[in-house]
Write a protein that binds this ligand. Structure first.
Ligand SMILES: [Zn+2]
Length: 112
């Protein structure tokens, strides 16, 4: 098993959310605690950015920005690293890699 996803879990309704919340968006409970999220998920939707921006993404284009749905039904906007970004598909399995710069979630395609 690879990394877990630093996340938050509501002890009242059991939903898992990205970090940085104080109140459960699902039920309004304040009983939120840190949670080691399951690092597996799939591509819910995506866009392939072919524009070459300035800054740290300059050498990354083309790259995939995706909404990933984890196996715990947590939705995260993330970068998905792929050797072949133009062939990404909805439903592709992904594995959490890291929070790059402690800010951007990065996933990689799971071995098929
Ligand atoms: Zn809740």
């Amino acid at each position: 098993m690879s990394n877990t996803i630093p996340s938050m879990k509501c002890s009242d309704c059991g939903t898992v959310h990205p970090t940085g919340i104080a109140i459960c968006p699902n039920c309004g409970s304040e009983k939120i605690a840190e949670h080691a999220g399951v690092p597996l998920g799939e591509v819910f939707t995506f866009s392939v950015n072919t524009f070459v921006p300035a800054g740290k993404f300059k050498t990354r284009a083309p790259y995939i920005i995706a909404v990933v749905k984890t196996d715990e039904n947590m939705f995260m906007t993330a970068v998905v690293d792929s050797p072949d970004p133009m062939n990404i598909k909805i439903g592709d399995k992904v594995v959490f890699k890291e929070y790059e710069d402690e800010l951007t979630p990065v996933f990689t395609l799971a071995a098929s």
